[in-house]
Ligand binder design. Structure first.
Ligand code: SF4
Ligand code: F3S
Ligand code: FES
Length: 255
């Protein structure tokens, strides 16, 4: 059965804005995006919102609902407290274009800065072969829908605009891990690029102090921290410090 719910929605643009309050009908089975569309068709026809698939797959409808970074199309109204006000705000880390729509071009810039997969020069297309185990290792990372909720949540950039030039964020550090795990990527062999060192020296891996907030908000449930960022950090340690020396020191301590 339908009910009336009070919403506070941030309205404004790059020059500033404020909250607007709307009372809107909610029906059984609806998600937040349904209600935002009802606002547009009833009380706020000029409300700006970005969406495409309404199925949790395009990554367009990212916002903050009661302060929590979420996809609007995947947040059921039944999971929010009925009778108390629901607050919807745009993602905080990126500049607002209008209302709930933010400018996420920071992410496209960071994507461009990661050296793409380097095809092996000694193999022709069609000759590439990979072990299934290598395919599976990075399969999880390929589920990313580029919603940028992880980028929005990470404290390194969320309240620190000044860190943005030096930190690519969890989504793109994860991309580097994926490339590092790729057995056919010839970046090191052909161009001398050691992926983990590039992550550390050029993409700000050292800023990440494994708080796992990125993992918590990922709608694809990718274990960004445990399966991408921590292994990448371990590879940096391997490369920057002689592992044989470390092992010898450990051995000496135990005797
Ligand atoms: Fe979104 Fe998860 Fe991809 Fe980050 S890793 S952009 S949270 S799907
Ligand atoms: Fe940020 Fe995720 Fe690291 S939230 S600090 S990138 S574990
Ligand atoms: Fe595509 Fe929400 S509209 S993920």
């Amino acid at each position: 059965m339908g009910y009336q719910q009070n919403f506070r929605v941030w309205r404004g643009d790059a020059t500033g804005g404020d909250f607007a309050e709307y009372d809107v009908e909610v029906n059984e089975g609806e998600v937040v995006l349904d209600v935002v569309h009802r606002m547009q068709s009833t009380v706020a026809p000029d409300l700006a919102v970005r969406w495409n698939c309404k199925a949790g797959k395009c990554g367009s409808c990212s916002a903050e609902i009661n302060g929590k970074p979420r996809l609007m199309c995947m947040t059921r109204m039944s999971t929010l407290p009925q009778g108390s006000t629901v607050t919807i705000t745009p993602m905080r880390t990126f500049p607002v274009i209008r209302d709930l729509v933010t400018d996420v071009s920071f992410n496209y810039q960071k994507a461009r800065e990661v050296r793409a997969f380097v095809p092996p020069a000694d193999l022709a297309p069609g000759e590439y072969r990979m072990q299934q185990v290598d395919v599976e290792r990075s399969q999880e990372f390929r589920k990313c829908i580029e919603c940028y909720l992880c980028q929005n949540t990470c404290h390194v950039v969320r309240d620190h605009e000044e860190n943005k030039p030096n930190f690519s964020g969890p989504r793109f550090l994860m991309r580097i891990t994926e490339l590092d795990m790729h057995p056919l990527d010839a970046a090191e062999k052909q161009e001398g690029i050691k992926r983990p060192l590039a992550a550390q020296d050029e993409h700000g891996l050292g800023y990440c102090n494994i708080t796992k907030c990125c993992t918590e908000v990922c709608p694809e449930h990718i274990k960004i921290t445990d399966n991408a960022l921590i292994p990448l950090k371990e590879r940096v340690v391997d490369l920057k410090f002689d592992p044989l020396f470390i092992r010898r020191r450990k051995k000496q301590r135990t005797h």
